[in-house]
Design a protein around this ligand. Structure first.
Ligand code: NDP
Length: 342
């Protein structure tokens, strides 16, 4: 059970929404971090953000993670890898645009780890509840024992006509499966183990480089549209939503997953609980009355949450004190206000 308390962590996709918070949290816990980005210009903001950590933060440019050997040099000398680089884009036609980078990127970094990371002790896969189920209007209780077979069936049946979320969920399902298959095939040869973290929607303040709301990552663009932009109709505000986690708690989950020996070989759903979009809108309107009120008929006590994620294992092995919806909304709006976004 090779967990670690100290050392150097490679974070792929360091310039993304979750990646930047992951780097920050690991640095604050005393780890050294090497973050990967696709080109040097994407590193400038990170270097500035983490300047106070001195040489504990460094950047590795990996131009094309689909190229064989892309991570060969980036993995050298690291004690752990947090792999998060993968597209979360709901506007693609061809499912291959998501599946190829998700799956091949995972294989590439694992292959480099196998060949060039003799000091590696733990590999953490950023998966998703999308690899567990595709949310639907059907009552389900799901746990880490479940895999999203529905996404595979949907793409087989509909191809490019599949739902945007279905395509994304499939990319996460196949990528996580690829990771476990790779690990199970090679575990006898390596000195490291694997953990996967499966969050639902991740929301929260923005730390990565974003100059305007239109450039927000997919989950935060949706949140911004609902809460600030007023771009979602009242019916959807009251009825649309699955489960959520604050990005800062997700970053904490990575730290716990690295430092907890018993996490070895486990998948973990990382979820603070269910939501409907109106939950955020109501709090936002209370805190900032100039923001829209949304659906004033909404009664949270009557909201029907179709997906129940079982989180016992996470709560026992990776005990996170989840932020509340109020904290998330308040802090995120403060972050947006400081940027002049409302
Ligand atoms: P972002 O879009 O903010 O970050 C994605 C990161 O992956 C960026 O660094 C991006 O680099 C990189 N990336 C994307 N495609 C490629 C590619 N083809 N080659 C190399 N790098 C690539 O998204 P999030 O931070 O939200 O997502 C991070 C991870 O978390 C993903 O694996 C996502 O599936 C997962 N996740 C996210 C959830 C959410 O609600 N946000 C929920 C569940 C899981 P670049 O900037 O250069 O494009």
């Amino acid at each position: 059970m090779p967990a670690l308390d100290t050392g150097k962590v490679l974070v792929t996709g360091a310039n993304g929404f979750i990646g930047a918070w992951t780097c920050k949290t690991l640095l604050e816990r005393g780890f050294s971090v090497r973050g990967t980005v696709r080109n040097e210009s994407k590193a400038t903001h990170l270097r500035k953000t983490f300047a106070s950590f001195g040489d504990k933060f460094e950047v590795a440019v990996v131009e094309d993670m689909l190229e064989e050997g892309a991570f060969d040099s980036a993995v050298q000398g690291v004690d752990a890898i947090v792999h998060g680089a993968s597209p979360f884009d709901l506007a693609v036609d061809d499912p291959a645009e998501l599946i190829d980078p998700a799956v091949k990127g995972t294989t590439t970094v694992l292959t480099s780890a196998l060949k060039h990371a003799p000091t590696l002790r733990r590999f953490i896969v950023t998966s998703s509840t999308g690899a567990i189920n595709t949310p639907s209007a059907e009552m389900v209780t799901v746990s880490e024992a479940d895999w999203n077979e529905g996404a595979i069936a949907e793409i087989n049946e509909k191809g490019a006509e599949a739902s945007p979320l279905g395509k994304y969920c499939l990319s996460k399902t196949l990528a996580e499966r690829t990771a476990w298959d790779f690990y199970n095939k090679h575990k006898g040869e390596v000195g490291w183990d694997m953990v996967s973290l499966n969050p639902p929607y991740v929301f929260g303040p923005v730390l990565h480089e974003v100059d305007k709301p239109e450039k927000l990552n997919t989950s935060m663009a949706w949140w911004y549209g609902a809460v600030v932009g007023g771009s979602i109709d009242n019916e959807s505000l009251a009825n649309v939503g699955v489960a959520w986690v604050d990005v800062r708690d997700m970053a904490e989950a990575y730290t716990l997953a690295l430092t907890t020996p018993e996490a070895s070989g486990e998948r973990f759903i990382i979820s603070a609980g269910p939501f409907k979009l109106q939950d955020f809108v109501s709090i936002a309107h209370r805190l900032h009355p100039q923001l829209h009120a949304g659906n004033t008929e909404y009664n949270p006590a009557k909201a029907v949450h179709y997906t129940n994620y079982v989180t016992e294992k996470q709560r026992k092995l990776l005990p996170i004190k989840y932020r509340t919806i109020e904290e998330l909304t308040g802090d995120t709006l403060e972050n947006f206000q400081a940027r002049g976004w409302f």
